[in-house]
Write a protein that binds this ligand. Structure first.
Ligand code: ZN
Length: 163
């Protein structure tokens, strides 16, 4: 038996103004996207913005449905928009933020499990890490070097094929 552990490196910034200008711009785009959220049930409006390798920025917001499982998270809306508009172009960064029912939020948001799995597959497809910039309407911002840092031991197609 061998005991081991994992460490997940990430950076904590005091607020959006402490970020690199490019990261702050992406987080601002995510913030703008929260206004397009369709969240009549949760009243929890999430905005995502992604930067592609070609420099384009696309955004997405959560889109809920009366049939709850039919709803989509902001991250996957943005990724799908990118795949439709710029197929085959890698995603390099994703910024995420939210506004809660009170119009506030001071704790960085984190992608749900399904979105982590989706982001992991994008990283695998393009062989490129996706930086995550996780914020809130105010307060600290967390930056991760790659999405898969949030999904250790991810399931992937590797297990489905013989090696
Ligand atoms: Zn999600």
């Amino acid at each position: 038996m061998k005991q081991t552990s994992l460490q997940i490196p990430f950076q904590i910034f005091k607020d959006i103004h402490s970020l690199d200008p490019a990261d702050a711009q992406l987080l601002e785009s995510a913030k703008s996207a929260t206004r397009d959220a369709y969240a009549p049930y949760s009243k929890f409006k999430v905005g995502a913005a992604i930067r592609l390798l070609n420099g384009h920025i696309l955004s997405g917001s959560n889109q809920e449905n009366a049939s709850f499982p039919a709803g989509l998270c902001a991250e996957r809306v943005a990724l799908s928009a990118a795949s439709a508009a710029f197929p085959g172009i890698a995603v390099t960064d994703l910024a995420l933020t939210y506004v809660n029912e009170s119009g506030d939020g001071n704790r960085p948001i984190s992608p749900c499990g399904i979105c982590r799995q989706t982001l992991a597959e994008y990283e695998q497809r393009f062989g490129m890490p996706i930086r995550l910039i996780l914020g809130a309407i105010r307060g600290e911002v967390f930056v991760f070097n790659r999405a898969t840092d949030l999904l250790p031991f991810a399931f992937s197609s590797w297990e489905m094929t013989s090696h």
